[in-house]
Design a binder for this molecule. Structure first.
Ligand SMILES: Nc1ncnc2c1ncn2[C@@H]1O[C@H](COP(=O)(O)OP(=O)(O)OP(=O)(O)O)[C@@H](O)[C@H]1O
Length: 206
């Protein structure tokens, strides 16, 4: 794995409240980012998704960020923010028709009700929205998933289901950068864990 071109390369990334940060993510690797509230974790994910202005270099499979249009980059390096955005009345309107069966399978895996895809977004609970935002992202097959506290609103059973799914997708090649306040989750899920402090990363444990 070490000799391959990294899936994601981050070199001297610097932006408001973030950096400088350098990091490489191998194909199928899972990285956890912990740290105090306000340390810059969410801003760091936004930098990786190229949603905020910044300096430094990002590459995906050796291809520079500048070589891709912003939306194309964000489709391949996809952010699932802590508060997901929904732009149509029902859940299934956010899923490509060819991915509906896939989404239904994932919903079942994540302990969601059978009719969840046909429900109105406005009636969803916090934990349902959170899992559906993850499902929506997974059905779009990103190269890298950027997850901001993906299980913060979930019960232990649903949390374990999300963690298992993330591990499964990463084994198929998806890279994962996950912000979490849960050190136990970082140990269960991540191959490598970091603590962010004042926008900079340090290894979480030696
Ligand atoms: N656009 C911005 N420009 C400058 N500073 C910002 C910007 N957005 C947020 N901040 C500030 O930067 C700091 C880091 O914010 P961020 O949302 O990344 O924290 P976080 O580590 O994700 O915290 P939490 O664990 O509470 O979610 C905060 O003090 C926040 O108020």
């Amino acid at each position: 794995m070490c000799n391959e071109t990294p899936l994601l390369s981050v070199d001297d990334l610097l932006g408001p409240g973030v950096g400088p940060v350098s990091l490489t993510l191998a194909i199928g690797e899972r990285v956890a980012i912990m740290g105090a509230s306000g340390a810059g974790k969410s801003l760091f994910l936004r930098q990786l998704a190229d949603l905020d202005p910044g300096e430094g270099h990002l590459s995906l499979r050796g291809e520079r960020r500048e070589a891709l249009a912003g939306p194309a980059w964000r489709r391949r390096v996809m952010l699932v923010p802590a508060q997901s955005g929904w732009w149509a009345p029902t859940v299934d309107m956010h899923v490509d028709p060819s991915e509906k069966a896939h989404a239904a399978t994932l919903a079942h895996r994540l302990r969601l009700p059978d009719d969840i895809l046909t429900r109105e977004v406005r009636v969803l609970s916090t934990g349902e929205r959170q899992r559906l935002a993850l499902i929506r992202a997974l059905t779009r097959s990103p190269d890298v998933l950027l997850l901001d506290e993906p299980t913060s609103g979930l019960d232990p059973d649903a949390m374990a289901a999300v963690e298992n799914l993330l591990i499964e997708y990463s084994r198929e090649g998806t890279g994962i950068v996950m912000v979490t306040h849960d050190a136990g989750q970082a140990r269960r899920v991540a191959n490598r864990s970091f603590v962010m402090e004042k926008g900079r990363l340090a290894p979480a444990w030696a």
